[in-house]
Design a protein around this ligand. Structure first.
Ligand SMILES: C[S@@+](CC[C@H](N)C(=O)[O-])C[C@H]1O[C@@H](n2cnc3c(N)ncnc32)[C@H](O)[C@@H]1O
Length: 496
């Protein structure tokens, strides 16, 4: 053991007879070295933030306020990564992770963190992103839900407590399972941490049980028929992913076989055997993906048996969902998220509303009930087909949809004289395209509602909107993904 002593946040070296030689100049640790350090925070990926000799280490499995012994796994100039070997001082928020494969699977990051503490941490993460990246002044409200505190007239952004789940398990309605080969043949489960190796898995505590049964059936039939698993190194083999969806409100299930080529041997036997084992199955589809990229789905999709969509409901609206369309994965929290978005839109029935990044028209159709006219734009053609079908299905006649990039379609609408009172955006993690923000600023809607799955890009875009004449009034975080580091937000902006 080295002669260095524990010194507050400076940490302590504990492995070897001498301090290892740093592999990088100026970096006080080397890969494989075991050190002790205090954990002072948590990253958005759920790693503990530790300091060792002034150097930042992101420590997997460590929680704030803990002191841990950790083995360094990688180093860089400004930070390194380590994994907890032993917790020396245990946080009162530490819990036993109930999932038996939690340590090797990368799907969840926070199962060892008390759920109420997860919600507090997620809110703090939103606040610090807004302050640090968005340069916004934040007031964390006390969460009493008092309407009188909902004024648009003071300059602090109110960040409400995160809306959490009463039962934060078994919530996911969709599973995307990578397929590989093991000793016993075809396997499917998850990628091992930091690698492309597939680890077999039959149970996941955040997945709805209906999905698990379907994946098990597909895998066992594929094994029985000798279907070859895709090999990511050679690009050979057939079955790449199994994607399953369960519509919670209707019980309908869909399976999509993602294959490395169009021909599937014994396809009728395969479908017949799966159907025998899975009663609620209404759709078996194939998606062809021959690209050597990690992207799950390719461009060609066809129905092998049954329906081309399954139907689910959020609130009192029914949605048709096709294989490649985006549909929120946590049905309980989705309704809460959409209600917050509709609430912030403050509609009286007279407004024109644009819903950019509308997917299959979920938020659009929620808004349509309270607006004069709504326009939805989305880049995936099948999603817009679903959106149009969904408007008819729910007898909603004041909604129009267009396929295309929002940043291209919105200026076209602008030139046609469409002037929205409210714009709702719900972009992917990378946030809004700068051209879209510029168009929003030119269109000058009275209110903007920004639904976001990434607090960093949300904060960046809020700064652009604030600089363009908008003021962020409130942010409502919603826990769509319990036990992971993710948090969804709905932000409400008014024109100053
Ligand atoms: C986070 S999802 C939101 C979908 C929908 N609002 C919902 O809640 O189901 C983002 C959507 O944006 C779409 N998208 C991505 N880039 C886009 C772009 N440049 N223009 C329009 N839509 C885009 C994606 O296909 C996806 O459906």
């Amino acid at each position: 053991m080295s002669g260095r002593k524990s010194n507050g946040g400076r940490g302590r070296h504990v492995s070897g007879s001498r301090a290892p030689v740093a592999a990088l100049a100026g970096v006080p640790v080397a890969v494989g070295q075991v050190v002790e350090c205090d954990i002072i925070g948590l990253t958005h990926d759920g790693e503990g933030v530790g300091r060792y000799e002034g150097y930042t280490l992101f420590v997997r499995g460590a929680l704030p306020d803990e002191r841990v012994r950790a083995e360094v796994s990688s180093i860089g100039k400004s930070f390194g990564r380590a994994r907890t070997v032993k917790v020396l001082k245990v946080s009162s928020d530490r819990r036993e992770a109930p999932c038996p494969i939690y340590d090797s699977c990368g799907g969840c990051q926070l199962q060892h963190f008390d759920y109420a503490a997860q919600l507090r941490w997620k809110r703090q993460h939103v606040i610090s992103s807004l302050e640090r990246i968005g340069k916004l002044k934040v007031s964390a409200d006390d969460g009493d839900g008092d309407e009188s505190s909902r004024t648009t007239e003071h300059s602090l952004v109110v960040v409400h407590p995160v809306i959490g789940m009463d039962k934060p398990w078994r919530y996911r309605n969709k599973a995307q399972v990578p397929i590989g080969s093991g000793e016993a043949g075809l396997i499917g489960g998850f990628y091992e941490q930091g690698s492309n190796d597939v680890v077999d898995m039959d149970a996941c505590l955040i997945q709805q049980e209906e999905n698990e049964a379907l994946v098990r059936a597909v895998k066992s039939v594929a094994r029985e028929l000798g279907i070859p698993a895709y090999n990511r190194a050679t690009g050979r083999g057939l079955l790449r992913h199994v994607v399953v969806r369960h519509a919670q409100a209707t019980g309908q299930r869909m399976v999509v076989l993602v294959t490395n080529g169009l021909d599937i041997p014994y396809v009728d036997e395969w479908i017949g055997l799966i159907r025998e084992q899975v009663p609620g199955l209404v759709s078996v589809c194939q998606n062809v993906n021959t690209a050597a990229t990690p992207v799950v789905m390719g461009d060609v999709t066809r129905v092998l048996w049954g329906e081309e969509v399954i139907y689910d409901e959020i609130g009192d609206i029914r949605f048709a969902i096709s294989p490649r369309s985006f549909f929120q994965v946590n049905p309980v929290q989705t309704e809460r998220l959409y209600r917050a978005a509709v609430d912030y839109a403050r509609l009286t029935g007279e407004e024109t509303v644009i819903d950019a990044y509308c997917g299959i028209g979920t938020i659009t159709l929620f808004l349509a009930r309270y607006a004069r006219r709504v326009y939805g734009v989305e880049i995936i053609p099948e999603a817009i087909e679903d959106a149009r079908r969904n408007a008819l299905l729910n007898d909603i006649r004041n909604a129009e949809f267009e396929v295309g990039a929002a940043e291209v379609v919105m200026p076209r609408w602008q030139s046609k004289g469409i002037t929205p009172d409210v714009i709702v955006v719900d972009p992917p993690r990378k946030g809004c395209d700068p051209a879209l923000i510029a168009t929003m600023l030119e269109l000058k809607p009275a209110r903007i509602v920004y639904v976001s799955c990434d607090p960093s890009t949300l904060a960046r875009d809020l700064r652009l909107l604030e600089d363009g004449g908008y003021r962020t009034v409130e942010v409502q975080p919603v826990d769509m993904f319990p036990h992971t580091g993710h948090v969804e937000c709905v932000a409400w902006l008014v024109r100053d």
